[in-house]
Design a binder for this molecule. Structure first.
Ligand code: PRP
Ligand code: MN
Ligand code: MG
Length: 180
């Protein structure tokens, strides 16, 4: 285990099991449709590629890059669109894929953006939901795990751009982010 990790919250196996379950739920929800599945860079990249392979049926994929944390451990309050999708989503069924919904600001920004562009529907699949941290209303339709209000890293989630490649989700030792 990485030395900066206090404890593992979800192992690779637990994440795999959640991806299978969510893949089934998404397959049923979009049966006969071709959703545009939009991964939110960079955190959702690992979850996006894993979950897509558990969904039966056709889909289009795209990515949007937004940022609100700017390297720290708490949301800055402003969401920036760093890189847009290049798919025309007017009249389409959009599924946003996130690694975590924390304050809800990123998700609210994207829900409003895709609504404005005339999507037929916009749903959300997030691996982790942290309801205790919510500041802005933004609900997900497909949720892997509801998590406690701790700073988590791994499987896409970073602290200062590190730890994204850990195969599990863990709690970072507090001294890692309080001493610098
Ligand atoms: C993180 C995370 C979500 C968002 C959730 O992304 O991946 O996208 O913050 O926080 P919120 O609910 O408070 O908006 P971040 O902005 O750190 O960019 P990253 O995915 O590139 O790490
Ligand atoms: Mn993100
Ligand atoms: Mg981040």
């Amino acid at each position: 285990m990485n030395n900066d990790i206090l404890k593992v919250l979800y192992s690779k196996d637990e994440i795999d099991t959640a991806c299978q379950r969510l893949g089934k739920e998404i397959s049923q929800a979009y049966a006969g449709k071709v959703p545009v599945v939009i991964g939110v860079l960079k955190g959702a990249i690992f979850f996006m590629t894993d979950i897509a392979r558990h969904v039966d049926g056709y889909m289009q994929i795209d990515f949007v890059d937004v940022s609100s944390y700017h390297g720290g451990t708490s949301s800055s309050g402003t969401v920036e669109l760093l890189q847009d999708i290049n798919t025309d989503i007017s009249g389409r069924d959009v599924l946003i894929v996130e690694d975590i919904v924390d304050t809800g600001r990123t998700l609210r920004f994207l829900l409003d953006l895709f609504d404005k562009r005339g999507a037929n529907s916009v749903k959300v699949c997030t691996l982790l939901d942290k309801p205790a941290a919510r500041i802005v209303g933004a609900d997900s339709d497909f949720i892997g795990f509801s998590v406690p209000n701790e700073f988590l890293v791994g499987y896409g989630l970073d602290y200062d751009e590190k730890y994204r490649n850990l195969p599990y989700i863990g709690v970072l030792k507090p001294e890692i982010y309080t001493n610098n």
